[in-house]
Write a new protein. Structure first.
Ligand SMILES: C[S@@+](CC[C@H](N)C(=O)[O-])C[C@H]1O[C@@H](n2cnc3c(N)ncnc32)[C@H](O)[C@@H]1O
Length: 255
């Protein structure tokens, strides 16, 4: 898992999606002005920044295991409290927050049950725990196109639809119920991202970010070139700008 990239590499690949997703997750979670909120697995700070605009940056805390990402989030939202750490062992006392959120993170946690239990612990009774993960099997077009292209060239490809857990609304709901959260609700969040060209789509895969970036980096140049061309073909050989949509499964519950 490579989340040691620069903010620039992350933004080109996933940050442009995360920036658009964050307001939708915030609205779904019902975050209100002035609430004290926690961003778990904040990465370089897309959700951290968006939360700060709603509640005030001094009311935002964030935690992230990757040191370069935590540093990027701290630089992006200087008034927020950003700590290096993991969801499974959150460095805050019980009942500290009104809302804890994890955007595109639950599927990366080594112990998701422990991570969600920790999110519940640090939220006061009646507060909200919310998260979302990509629909890796279908609606996340940028990644689905990549993995379908890779699978067509090598059936043993580690497609994230297969390797990622919690990439299904029912499984997310069960995770929330196991953590003892109440009034659990699901939703579907959809964002659109505009690309200026096919290169604007392809180049970010070569930045080594996340499983798709790690897979691209593992390929010999000729295999990488074949994958690039197969992605281009599957996107309809675009010779100008195009837009891709991405679907995320969201879940929330009351502590
Ligand atoms: C796809 S990124 C999402 C980052 C950010 N939330 C966003 O929306 O851009 C996944 C993040 O989860 C972090 N992560 C991985 N394991 C984690 C864990 N056990 N606890 C908290 N964060 C974790 C990674 O370091 C990475 O920053």
């Amino acid at each position: 898992m490579t989340f040691t990239a620069t903010r620039g590499a992350y933004d080109a690949f996933m940050g442009r999606y995360a920036d658009r997703l964050a307001p939708l997750l915030i609205a779904f979670a019902g975050v209100q002005q002035g609430e004290r909120v926690l961003d778990v697995g904040c990465g370089p700070g897309s959700l951290t920044e968006a939360l700060g605009k709603v509640v005030g940056p001094e009311h935002v805390a964030a935690v992230e295991p990757s040191e370069p990402f935590a540093a990027a989030a701290a630089e992006r939202v200087p008034a927020a409290e950003v700590q290096v750490g993991a969801a499974e062992s959150l460095p805050w006392a019980a009942d500290t927050f009104d809302v804890a959120l994890a955007q595109l993170v639950v599927n990366f946690m080594s112990e998701a049950d422990a991570g969600v239990a920790e999110m519940r612990r640090v939220v006061h009774p009646g507060g909200t725990v919310a998260a979302c993960t990509w629909d890796y099997s279908g609606g996340m077009t940028m990644l689905r196109t990549f993995w379908d292209a890779a699978l067509s060239l090598d059936p043993d490809t580690p497609d994230e639809a297969r390797t990622m857990r919690y990439n299904d609304p029912d499984v997310l709901r069960e995770l929330w119920l196991r953590a003892g959260l109440e009034a659990v609700e699901n939703d579907v969040l959809v964002v659109e991202v505009a690309y200026t060209s096919f290169d604007d789509y392809w180049e970010p895969f070569t930045g080594g970010v996340g499983p798709a970036g790690a897979y691209t980096a593992s390929l010999e140049p000729d295999r990488r070139g074949a994958l690039r061309e197969e992605c281009r073909r599957r996107l309809g050989n675009p010779d100008g700008p195009f837009t891709l949509s991405a679907t995320a499964w969201a879940v929330k519950g009351r502590a």
